[in-house]
Design a protein around this ligand. Structure first.
Ligand code: HEC
Length: 304
């Protein structure tokens, strides 16, 4: 449900910044383009083809070949019982994300920025993706190989490929922390350091609900929206500039919009997903809406 409405663009796998809408016909070209880009002869001459992943980290800009990753010594076929994007049990060829994080030189206080082909950009805390303790959720990078394409996502034409960060054990992982259609991983500073304008007033005490609301906004909403001009996703509008939705929505309608956008306004190309109580609890939604309302008082000058 969460991902059903996320836009499904074709994967122009190396295009950064993210590609705009493009005709679906172009998707058919994708695999043949990939074939030209990354070819690896594996085993007894069988051909393994996959897209490349762009890395921007401590060692500068690099390209990782998907086919090489899929045959990495640590690669495995893994089971993902509660897959967030497909909403069912899935099986993938995948490599522990730690292999790639090592290439990136990510530290626990850094943020891993995952850029998707459709303009969706997730900010994953280093401490979350680097967790190694038994019992803690550990991320894997699923790799779509041309000879074993994944199905289309529910309600969409495209699959979750070429790369998809999945959590076989996902307790404590948020619905928007499963970035799919990923083509690039960047090491970045934490979002509130990068974009101080998303932060609540300095007077707000530590542990206040407004601070919890801010954290939730970064995880669940900033993947598509900006706040006060801060953020780099472009899928949805800025939620404070020029106006803040708490200024023009009745409180109950705004709650309902987050829970189920099409029950408030409905049109064919609607791209915002609904967040059920499993993704954002009632208490968390209160925190989130309190943060939004607070930010209306922290507005920065509207862009010209
Ligand atoms: C996958 C992308 C995506 C995510 C995640 C997302 N949104 Fe949206 N949102 C959109 C898009 C796109 C629109 C514009 C309308 C549409 O196409 O659905 C929108 C519209 C809105 C609007 C209506 C603005 C208006 O003026 O009508 C609000 C309010 C909103 N989002 C709040 C949120 C909040 C709060 C979150 C986090 C809990 C969130 N969104 C998460 C994509 C997203």
């Amino acid at each position: 449900m969460t991902y059903r409405s996320r836009p499904s663009y074709c994967a122009a796998q190396l295009a950064v910044p993210p590609t705009p809408w493009r005709p679906r016909a172009a998707a058919r070209l994708r695999r043949s383009v990939r074939a030209g880009l990354t070819v690896l002869l594996a085993g007894w001459g069988s051909l393994v083809l996959a897209a490349s992943l762009t890395l921007d980290g401590a060692h500068g800009l690099r390209q990782l070949d998907g086919a090489a990753l899929a045959s990495h010594p640590k690669a495995q076929d893994i089971e993902v019982p509660g897959d967030a994007a497909y909403q069912r049990h899935m099986r993938y060829r995948a490599v522990p994300l730690a292999v790639v994080l090592n290439e990136l030189g990510l530290g626990p206080s850094d943020t891993l920025e995952a850029v998707a082909t459709d303009g969706f950009i997730a900010q994953l805390p280093g401490a979350l993706v680097l967790a190694q303790e038994p019992g803690q959720p550990q991320p894997w990078l699923a790799i779509e190989i041309d000879s074993a394409p994944w199905p289309a996502l529910p309600g969409k034409v495209a699959s979750a490929g070429p790369f998809y960060i999945v959590w076989p054990q996902s307790v404590g992982v948020r619905s928007e922390q499963w970035p799919f259609a990923v083509v690039r991983l960047n090491v970045r500073a934490a979002p509130d350091k990068r974009w101080p304008q998303i932060a609540v007033s300095a007077q707000v005490p530590a542990g206040d609900r407004l601070r919890r609301g801010q954290s939730l906004f970064v995880v669940q909403c900033m993947v598509c929206h900006r706040m006060n001009g801060g953020g780099d996703a472009q899928v949805g509008p800025d939620l404070n500039l020029p106006m803040n939705p708490t200024e023009y929505y009745q409180p109950h309608a705004l709650r309902q919009l987050v829970r189920n956008p099409s029950s408030v306004r409905n049109w064919p190309t609607q791209l915002m997903p609904g967040f059920g109580p499993a993704q954002i609890s009632d208490v968390e939604l209160d925190d989130l809406l309190a943060y939004l309302a607070h930010m209306a008082q922290q507005r920065k000058a509207a862009p010209q």
